[in-house]
Design a protein around this ligand. Sequence first.
Ligand SMILES: [Zn+2]
Length: 461
Amino acid sequence: MNEQDKFWNERIETMSRDEMRHLQMGRLKKQLVYNYQNSLFYQKKFKKAGMRPEDVRSFEDFRSVPLMTKDEQRSAQEESIEEFGHPYGRTTITCAPIEKIIRINSTSGTTGTPTLYTLTKHDVDVANEMHARKFWMAGIRPGHAILQAFSLSMFTGGLPLSQGIMNVGACVVPVGVEGGAKRVLDFIRLTAPVAIFGTPSFALYLIEQCPKLIGKEAKELGIKWIFTGGEPGGGNPEVRKLLSEGFGGAIISDQTGGGHAFQAAECNEPPESYSGLHLMSEDHCLLELVDPATKKSVEVENGAIGELTLTFLDWEGGPFMRYAYGDTIQVFTEPCHCGRTGIKFRITGRADDMLIVKGVNIFPEAIRRAILRFSPEVTGFFRILLDRPGPLVTPPLTIRLEYGTMVKKEMIPSLEDKMLKHFKEDLRVSPKFIWVPQDSIPRETKKTRLTEIEEGRGTRE
Ligand SMILES: [Zn+2]
């Protein structure tokens, strides 16, 4: 690999659409036979549709295979633990024999029991290749150190990410958020990384804490890249602006992924604009869209919006097959400035997080964006208070938020008027604001949930 090379894997990253579809079809046919032969879970799926894997001769045919969900995966996992005493039984999506599984990772479990990923050596190699493509694209080269400020657990942003960073030849400093902001800042001084990787909320928190904890501004730390992931804020223009300014002009490079074969990242071309994430793993991950409500297929064409649905290709451990993932995305199929030919997309929301206020659909991330427009009069930390789980919200939509240190109490009414006007025009909702001083809202260092259920609320005001 030459430092000046633009692509980690030029053949795959610049392949024509036709060639890529051809490669995917070949792998899909083999994968379906493999899934059918090795998993009772998948056999049931085919039987339910009255199909056999050999019946799938086109992407069109494949749409008749039933979707799967996280809840189904979770119950299959439980069934297996009960029946076999381990989570890799034939009733699950784990297709490889137990002796080939070398790593188990899991989701962070913010929405229930964690779901497990079972990987073979082959799968780990593929996942590492995808990390390398992403970091190389961002400009990371051997000699660069990246401080990992995610939770350092079996969560996909933990050990798997460390391995991925090493695979590009860069140096990983796996500090983790568990030690807190002070420890992260101390290790930035000790190890001089050029980049940090964490949730956007934690990176914002570091900007706030830096002067208090180490007596200097975050912009003096020499950080050139902020890699964000774990929550949607990294694609939010207001969050990006605050992060970049706070870290002295750092490049904000967002990433997302799931199940290890699905990995996506930004190319940052043209610079300073956000044009979505490149799906970096199309050779191992077939992306489809379905309507979030009806679950009917939506054509993957430029500008289309739908729920992200994933099928892993050339994958051994626990391959997803038409996994309706929960995120809603908008896809872009036009060629990118950077020369990559694959699908790009932007996450528009997590289907589970959507709220409906008087018939208006609204995502917490859109609320964050609206609030951050008023920074520094607001700190940007807030919670949406619900009296019961969404999506239906008893009006008014109630938001607890912090005013900035420079705002005096008597200034709040005029600030609130400005904000209400913006919320009404931009989001078509009129929230009720509950104002609290800076540092009243807990700073979470892992995944930040922007909504909170408060018992006893629900009285109509
Ligand atoms: Zn690009």
